[in-house]
Design a protein around this ligand. Structure first.
Ligand code: FAD
Ligand code: FES
Length: 252
């Protein structure tokens, strides 16, 4: 599959709440047409050599000639990204990721832990367009960290919110909802490792797919920085053999 390395104009880079920002980039139509749920991009936050590497971000949505990303500020790279202005250009490698989501099954429960929801939003739209039933559970530490509610409202998906402190939605973890859905629901989860570990431990009998967000340096199979151990004892690169993997295949 073709991967493009382009300079992409920033159309929006807006603070939402907590540590969350929305980034909108102008991207040529021929690239937009190739984007599928599960794809991610490696974006260079600055023009300089600091930081040298790019950072991985899931493509959260696609509109005409725009790609939409949501990002949380963690360290140097994402901090620098917040400083980039509308009209400036970012170096972007995309689309990345080879093993994408499965659309099998009629009912789909999407579990987004914090910024992990950005890895599932394009999937939600695709499934709905295919006529499938979709329910989204979105959890974070508190109300401030649930900034992607604006997307859920705009797209009118049925959803339920969870916060650790009960500041909005249900008090508890997003994984609490799993046992309330029958095993005819296919589950797609993206979020921090403890969340994925909990899902695995729960052994609810659902078919579950994880979209993994390991640390990545290259994004295209060379550095081996993103490997995860599989149940068969092998190692797989999340960027090339993922980012989506069936839960039973991954050792977390
Ligand atoms: C396929 C994929 C999709 C992603 N999609 C998104 C997205 O849509 N939005 C978003 O905000 N983030 C996403 N991430 C995570 C994002 O790439 C990291 O948060 C970012 O690289 C951090 O860069 P930084 O320079 O700010 O932080 P760094 O200075 O590199 O790190 C700061 C701290 O965060 C930790 N850290 C950094 N990256 C990760 C990681 N991937 N997992 C666990 N801990 C980490 C470091 O250990 C360190 O403690 C995705 C990652 C992958 C692999
Ligand atoms: S990020 Fe380099 S091999 Fe996956």
């Amino acid at each position: 599959m073709t991967v493009w390395d382009i300079y992409s104009e920033i159309l929006e880079n807006r603070y939402i709440s907590g540590r969350l920002y929305k980034l909108v980039l102008r991207v040529p139509d021929d690239i937009i047409r190739k984007i599928e749920p599960g794809h991610f991009a490696m974006i260079k936050p600055s023009e300089s050599y600091d930081p040298l590497g790019r950072r991985a971000f899931a493509v959260a949505d696609v509109e005409e000639n725009k790609l939409i990303f949501y990002y949380e500020v963690f360290g140097r790279g994402t901090n620098l990204l917040t400083k980039r202005k509308v009209g400036e250009k970012l170096k972007v490698l995309l689309p990345l990721g080879r093993k994408l989501f499965s659309y099998e099954g009629k009912k789909h429960l999407l579990l987004g832990g914090g910024i992990g929801l950005a890895g599932l939003t394009l999937l939600a739209k695709k499934l709905r367009n295919m006529g499938k039933e979709v329910f989204i559970a979105y959890g974070a530490r508190n109300k401030e960290y649930l900034g992607m509610v604006e997307w859920l409202e705009k797209e009118t998906f049925p959803y339920e919110l969870f916060t650790d402190d009960g500041s909005v939605g249900r008090k508890g973890y997003v994984t609490d909802i799993l046992e309330e859905f029958g095993t005819d629901w296919v589950v797609h989860a993206c979020g921090p490792k403890p969340m994925l570990k909990t899902i695995k431990r729960m052994k609810t009998g659902h078919k579950v797919y994880f979209s993994l967000e390991e640390r990545m340096a290259c994004g295209w199979g060379v550095c081996l920085g993103c490997v995860v151990k599989t149940a068969g004892g092998e190692f797989k690169r999340v960027c090339m053999e993922g980012p989506v993997m069936p839960m039973e295949e991954v050792v977390i």
